[in-house]
Write a new protein. Sequence first.
Length: 228
Amino acid sequence: MAFKYIWYGHGTHGIETNGFKILVDPFFTGNPAASAAADQVEADFIVVSHGHGDHTGDAVAIAQRTGALLIANHEIVNWFATQGLEKLHAQHIGGGFNHPFGYLKLTQALHGSGLPDGSYGGNPAGVLLTTLAGAKIYLACDTGLFAGMKLIGEEGIDLAVLPIGDNFTMGPQDALRAVKMIQPKHVIPVHYNTWPLIAQDADAWASQVEAQTSTRAHVLEPGEYFSV
């Protein structure tokens, strides 16, 4: 069930499993919390959860440099095609596909998805990955709390990665409620402290999680990783 999760800062994630490197929402350039530069990261696959600039970020440059296949919803994939990318795979919410690294399903997310140039970005999504070894990783990405998280939890989640920054996404209290619904074995908070507007005390949140649930909470610094 081995995998490695890397938090690059803000809402940018890396997952390494079965020799594949998956980069999710690559935002390095202009990201004050970024732990690496865009030209320093490698990827075999890139997943984009929604169209906002702090999630589409450096996707084009990294995909062109690495040759990675980019996965996103149909509307975003079509937009990336106009940006010069050719290795693209479209999915949509509720739909999954057996990629070489595992089974990836896009889940509901409550957010926006307008693309940087104002184009329509379809519906925002979260990411549910079942690795080839059977581990289940849920990246909620940018979202508010929603009741369907309980259904996602019924999958048996090994690691949930949840935003806690508030204002644009769930805040700490709703993220705690999300943990109670999902009941993952492990949880990592993200999408906070990038700017003062979303500053949060992640250690205090993690303490609440462990006091009120059976989930293990792990607070990472940008660039740090968690592995199972």
